[in-house]
Design a protein around this ligand. Structure first.
Ligand code: ATP
Ligand code: MG
Length: 397
């Protein structure tokens, strides 16, 4: 039993974009087209605030394309629908054959019919009543509940065809990727920073990543873990260039010259400065971190104030107001959680002070910093930078 099926992607905030709407729509369609290539040949176009993804032959992997569409930022709802002729006979026949599978085990439903073609001979309530009748007679045990249905069946009579579908799944939300400039994510191997990156990608940022390692204090496997995380983030972020800088020498110099209690905050200032330099080179206009207020010593308000003073660029911390369990829920949603909890060391856990300063004062930190040649250390560390590119799948460009 084969139905011509399409995927309908409904966009959210993009509809509010007034004069810019066209460019937002174009980005959405472009991204869907790039995402479609491993799943076959699809015709992808936009009409009346919906993007249609139409398979062009039998070989198309609808399941794969459907999953991919749910990960494209900018859509609030994604659904599969059967396509049929614009006659009541064809609509009822499609409902009879297509819906029972979709409504298996469902207890209550309602039908919502929409006609954008007003010449269609039946009114919306008449279409709903007829399709409702077909469902009641073909799906065992199901009842109508117009107020609080488990599933809403939608019949849409549009310009060229009619579409029949059951329910709708949430899309990834947000705004189209790359519609909001580029940000540099400080990516560690933890739970928070991958989530922070995905959250900013959701608001339309293209994500570039920077990881600091401290070889041989951190291992090759710790770096591999971060590369795996970046690869997993590509399910939502599509493409990420991952830069890696070695902090080993900076950490040794700080250990040998500065007071232990200031070690963490000093290291963070170096990280921010290096990140800013990388951001400027790669045309990123914000830094992104996974910090959450009060989570650890370096994330108190006083510590954040000091680290921010090291850079002249917006620093986005989308997790700042989230509790750990909320970040974990997001990490599961973005598919990074299982990798994040693998037990590998991070450069921040190398030479950790016993009593890190939680209320550092900028003057004291600057006094400690003056004991080392910050600029020379930054130049030297920056020269160690290497870059790898991660793509959602090899053909993505
Ligand atoms: P997570 O790494 O998940 O944030 P965490 O709370 O242990 O866990 P911290 O060590 O407190 O992270 O660091 C706070 C933020 O600093 C991270 O979210 C990340 O943005 C950045 N950061 C920490 N370590 C590194 C690193 N090795 N490379 C790049 N960025 C890092
Ligand atoms: Mg954290």
């Amino acid at each position: 039993m084969n139905f011509p099926e399409v995927i309908l992607c409904k966009y959210g905030e993009v509809v509010l974009k007034g004069a810019n709407r066209q460019s937002f729509e174009t980005s959405l369609i472009k991204e869907l087209r790039r995402r479609a290539s491993p799943y076959g040949i699809f015709k992808i176009y936009c009409k009346q605030s919906i993007v249609y993804v139409e398979p062009q032959d039998e070989l198309c992997d609808m399941e794969g394309m459907y999953d991919a569409a749910k990960k494209v930022f900018g859509f609030v709802g994604v659904t599969r629908a059967a396509v049929c002729e614009k006659t009541m006979e064809s609509i009822l026949d499609t409902a009879r054959r297509y819906l029972p599978d979709k409504l298996y085990g469902v207890r209550t439903f309602k039908v919502d019919a929409k006609r954008s073609d007003k010449r269609f001979p039946l009114t919306s309530p008449q279409i709903s009543a007829e399709v409702g009748g077909v469902i009641l007679s073909t799906v065992r045990g199901i009842k109508v509940d117009v107020k609080n249905p488990e599933v809403t069946v939608t019949v849409e009579v549009r310009d060229e065809h009619a579409y029949v579908r059951a329910g709708q799944e949430p899309g990834a939300g947000g705004l189209p990727l790359r519609s909001a400039g580029r940000g540099l994510l400080l990516l560690s191997g933890g739970i928070d920073s991958p989530v922070a990156g995905c959250m900013m990608a959701k608001r339309g940022m293209e994500i570039e990543a920077l990881h600091f390692e401290s070889f041989p204090y951190t291992s090759e496997r710790a770096r591999e873990k971060v590369m795996t995380l970046a690869q997993e983030m590509c399910e939502f972020c599509s493409r990420i260039h991952v830069h890696v800088i070695s902090l080993t020498h900076i950490q040794e110099v700080l250990r040998d010259n500065c007071e232990e209690d200031y070690f963490t905050i000093l290291l963070r200032m170096f990280m921010m400065r290096l990140a800013e330099r990388c951001a400027r080179e790669y045309k990123c206009h914000a830094l992104i971190t996974g910090e959450s207020l009060g989570q650890v010593a370096s994330q108190t308000l006083a510590a954040i104030e000091v680290t921010d003073s090291a850079v002249n660029m917006p620093v986005f911390r989308p997790c700042i107001g989230l509790d750990k369990n909320e970040i974990v829920i997001a990490a599961r949603k973005y598919g990074t959680f299982d990798t994040s909890i693998l037990p590998f060391e991070d450069c921040c856990t190398v030479f950790t002070p016993r009593h890190p300063k939680t209320q550092p004062r900028l003057e004291d930190v600057m006094a400690e910093l003056s004991k080392v040649d910050m600029e020379a250390l930054i130049d030297e560390a920056y020269a160690t930078m290497t870059t790898e590119t991660k793509l959602v799948y090899p053909e993505y460009r």
